[in-house]
Design a protein around this ligand. Structure first.
Ligand SMILES: Cc1ncc(COP(=O)(O)O)c(C=O)c1O
Length: 368
């Protein structure tokens, strides 16, 4: 091990970078009137909705809750199926189980690593109620095609934007597509807080009201009367204030990620057997993964150089006991990617200043 020690993600470095603004945000909550909901949450909701091109944001306790509450608010329940990706974090499919529904896994496209209208159509059943595309590693799935397909089939679309804060499709924010877009503010996300947090973005005011009721004991608006089964899943006021301090830095952080990804692409071009996710002009590079025949060997060589990598995601969710379905169709592309992806350091505070060294170390470790 040499003196270069670079972890895959260190969210505390981002906090250190913006520490003054964060300290001021925390102090304002501590000295303020609300520790649950209140003006800091409303301010963040308004700013985040505007940033992602939506009418309403509803801050909730986590990204998993954001997905589950969005599905519930759209009427997904027991006996329903929701089509999603298997190449993603477990929270995506847990949210479907939380509604009493079942996940149905569609395979991903070999170039974008996201599900498509065609792969969704291949697994659809009469019980399917919704499509839940995941924008893996910040790459926007083809939402125009997925939403058009969903409209033809009468399906709801809940977009899992947990890895895609600030992503765009053409001029349009990715979060503005579908019936609802769900976000996680887990500390390592492109917009992350210092604990758990999430949000659902919608345009329909009735749906927004339903989400506000679901996040707070099923209360009728402005009352403490429970009209339906609800949760205690509110975005923490302290986290909302921190997120308001970090949101103005999101787009610059995404540009830094794209620049780091571009440097990796240049350094790794033409390497035999190494594959990359397609490039998307509106993508936000939450992760930068390489698909290689022997990732164990590459990870070990990089660790010898002091570069720590990570695996996202193995095994695919269709192989987790909680989500397994013996009658499900095989997912050869998801399986192949799941066995070969290795995520390199991409966080600007980790890789930014070191990118030349890291990129050439990766190239040398691969060709050796
Ligand atoms: C794609 C995806 N969906 C859902 C989640 C769940 O979010 P949370 O951890 O905030 O519940 C995550 C990450 O954590 C994720 O990466």
């Amino acid at each position: 091990m040499n003196d270069l020690s670079i972890a895959q993600a260190l969210p505390n470095l981002r906090i250190a970078r913006f520490r003054q603004e964060i300290d001021a945000a925390v102090a304002s909550v501590l000295g303020g009137a609300h520790y649950i909901l209140g003006a800091p949450v409303e301010r963040f909701e308004a700013a985040f909705a505007a940033h992602e091109g939506r009418e309403h944001a509803v801050g909730v306790g986590s990204g998993t809750d954001a997905l589950a509450l969005a599905l519930r608010a759209l009427g997904v329940g027991p006996g329903d199926e929701v089509v999603t990706a298997a190449l993603t974090f477990a929270g995506t499919a847990q949210a479907i189980l939380h509604c009493g529904a079942r996940p149905l896994f569609a395979d991903v496209d070999p170039h974008t690593w996201c599900i498509t209208a065609e792969t969704v159509e291949a697994v659809l059943t009469p019980s399917t109620r919704a499509i839940l595309p995941v924008h893996l590693f910040g790459f926007p799935a083809d939402m125009a095609a997925l939403c058009a397909f969903a409209a033809r089939r009468g399906l709801a679309v809940v977009s899992d934007c947990a890895q895609a804060h600030g992503a765009r499709i053409g001029p349009r924010p990715l979060g503005s597509f579908g019936d609802a877009a769900a976000y996680s503010f887990y500390p390592t996300k492109n917009l992350g807080c210092v604990g758990d947090g999430g949000a659902v973005l919608v345009d329909d005011p009735v749906l927004a009201g339903r989400l506000r009721a679901l996040r707070e004991y099923g209360f009728s608006h402005g009352t403490r009367i429970s009209r339906e089964a609800g949760f205690n899943s509110r975005l923490d006021t302290l986290q909302a204030a921190i997120l308001s301090a970090l949101l103005p830095h999101l787009d610059a952080g995404n540009r830094e990620r794209r620049a780091i990804a571009g440097r990796y692409r240049a350094a790794l071009a033409g390497l035999d057997g190494l594959r990359l996710q397609d490039e998307h002009p509106g993508g936000v590079n939450h992760q930068f993964a390489v698909a290689v025949p022997d990732r164990g060997e590459l990870a070990m060589r990089l660790a010898d150089e002091g570069i720590r990598t990570a695996i996202h995601y193995h095994p695919g969710l269709h192989r987790h006991p909680a989500f397994a379905n013996p009658k499900a169709a095989p997912l050869p592309i998801s399986d192949r990617l799941s066995a070969s992806l290795l995520s390199l350091p991409i966080q600007p505070e980790v890789a930014g200043a070191e990118i030349e060294r890291i990129a050439s170390a990766v190239r040398e470790a691969y060709v050796r």
